[in-house]
Write a protein that binds this ligand. Structure first.
Ligand code: PMP
Length: 359
């Protein structure tokens, strides 16, 4: 539904629709890369107890600087980080917006390599930042020479590198990240929303933080941490960068409830993260199964798989929905993305897809 003509919205926003994957009740949700395992009753009770405690003080504003939470996130990340080098917000989506508010803006530009996370250009639009999209290769990797030529030409203020990338699952090698950091005059955000799902031996850009003061590494509790409903994303960077983000944040942007929930989740991180190995194993099985069925499958280090190629991907997506399985119609034309669910979810997906294909 477009905005009605009489609504005096900005001209450059008029044509848009709000972002969102379909939310359909009573289906198996394999469309937004969540962790399919809910917190156990014990963890849920611990979270509830923390919320109960802060509920008694909700007449007061929360800690504006989320000091305790940032210290706990720094501890979780390790690498000798302290709370001064970590910033938290309502999902890493809010972190991205704050990055563009602080480092983008009119007369400035942001750059990434498509196909990639579809929200980056929207935040660029919202902050009047020029958006430049380089292209990934056929295998969804980024060619370093082409990337550096583009960066040299554009001189971007912000570069977003999702690794593992959404929707393709592709990780970016360190050499490419380093080359981008060296060529970029502005800040480089390595978006590690799916970092915990990387295959053994794949490094994190956190290892590069101490060498590159203009590097930001974003993470989220929405995926591996099984806390998408809690809305907590965060970023690790030099304290100077964090201070720049603090300038644009709304006062009291992180509610006391959110801070308490995230702290309780971090206290229970061992349990919340316990399913990761199983999810990675299911991911690898899913890749093999799709390959055995003859599909093209993007190499993935995330908890989702991009596969294709379909002459009419919408028909396949709809056929799956009709059979109670919701995946995502995203990425390049002809491809579909499926998140890794429980073994029961995966069986349902396999069965439904074979049925839709008439096999
Ligand atoms: N980055 C990437 C690459 C993502 O796929 C997502 C969520 N789909 C996010 C960031 C944002 O997640 P959240 O706001 O839940 O932290």
């Amino acid at each position: 539904m477009p905005v009605p003509d009489w609504v005096p919205i900005r001209d450059d926003l008029r044509e848009f629709e709000p972002y969102g994957a379909p939310q359909i009740p009573d289906v198996i949700c394999l469309n937004v890369n969540e962790n399919p395992y809910p917190p156990s009753a014990v963890v849920a009770a611990d979270i509830a107890e923390s919320v109960q405690e802060v509920a008694a003080g909700l007449n007061r504003y929360p800690d504006r600087e989320a000091t305790e939470l940032r210290a706990a996130l720094a501890d979780y990340l390790g690498h000798g980080l302290t709370g001064r080098q970590v910033w938290a917000a309502n999902g890493s989506n809010e972190v991205m917006l704050q990055v563009l508010q602080a480092f983008g803006g009119p007369g400035r530009s942001a750059l990434s390599f498509a196909p990639t996370y579809s929200m980056y250009p929207e935040y660029a639009r919202d902050t009047h930042t020029d958006w430049v999209a380089g292209q990934r290769e056929e295998d969804f990797t980024v060619d370093v020479d082409r990337a550096i030529s583009l960066i040299n030409a554009v001189q971007p203020d912000v570069v977003f590198l999702a690794s593992p990338n959404n929707p393709t699952g592709t990780v970016m090698p360190f050499d490419t990240i380093r080359a981008v950091l060296e060529a970029t005059p502005g800040v480089v955000v390595v978006d590690e929303a799916y970092a915990e799902f990387r295959r053994e031996g794949t490094p994190s850009a956190l290892d590069l933080l101490s060498q590159y003061p203009r590097l930001l590494v974003t993470r989220t509790m929405s995926k591996a941490f099984a806390l998408a409903g809690g809305r907590l994303g965060y970023v690790a960077a030099d304290a100077g960068i964090i201070d720049a983000l603090r300038i644009v944040r709304l006062p009291y942007h992180l509610s006391a409830v959110t801070q308490a929930v995230a702290l309780a989740a971090l206290r229970n991180s061992d349990e919340l993260l316990a399913q990761i190995d199983q999810l990675r194993a299911s991911r690898d099985e899913l890749v093999l199964w799709l390959q055995e069925q003859g599909f093209d499958v993007a190499d993935t280090d995330a908890n989702f798989v991009l596969f294709g190629q379909f002459a009419d991907r919408h028909a396949i997506w709809q056929g799956l929905v009709d059979r109670g399985v919701l995946i995502r119609e995203t990425g390049p034309e002809g491809w579909l993305r499926v998140s890794v669910g429980t073994p029961v979810d995966m069986e349902a997906f396999y069965r439904a897809l074979l049925e839709v294909l008439g096999r």
